[in-house]
Design a binder for this molecule. Structure first.
Ligand code: HEC
Length: 119
């Protein structure tokens, strides 16, 4: 095979792999970026450990969610996380981030939040 043909075959393989990953939705989110997004946008309320005790949380009612608590996070699946982070929680201090964060940042911050859960 010529060098060019080999490059062409390799590119097709890479593209096919990418499409498969997209189709199966298994493109890995990036928790390291999620941590940065969290630090910049969420810690004031949720706290740097994600336990809901950020500096601004004291007077809030309801309190920011404790992402380390299996009890508090029970039943909150990815779809709900996505909706709450994008659109906020009406009637609470939890604002929506659909306008301020990229879609990939929201996916990444979800991966970070899920890593905080104590098993
Ligand atoms: C101004 C304070 C504040 C900031 C900033 C904030 N949150 Fe919240 N968040 C809250 C409060 C208060 C709640 C509790 C809402 C409730 O009980 O319904 C909450 C709840 C949540 C929940 C649970 C929602 C649900 O469906 O029950 C998630 C997930 C969440 N926040 C993620 C984030 C992420 C990610 C960021 C940063 C991108 C962020 N929050 C920034 C105050 C905040």
């Amino acid at each position: 095979m010529s060098r060019l043909a080999r490059i062409a075959v390799a590119s097709v393989a890479v593209a096919a792999f990418g499409l498969t990953m997209m189709a199966t939705g298994s493109f890995a989110a990036d928790p390291a970026n999620g941590k940065k997004v969290f630090a910049a946008n969420c810690v004031v309320c949720h706290g740097d450990k994600g336990d809901g005790h950020g500096p601004a949380s004291a007077t809030m009612n309801p309190k920011p969610r404790d992402f380390t608590s299996a009890t508090e996070m029970k039943g909150i699946d990815d779809a709900r996380l996505h909706k709450s982070i994008s659109e906020g929680r009406p009637g609470t201090a939890m604002v929506g981030f659909a306008k301020t964060l990229k879609a990939s940042d929201i996916d990444d911050v979800i991966a970070h939040i899920k890593s905080l859960l104590k098993k």
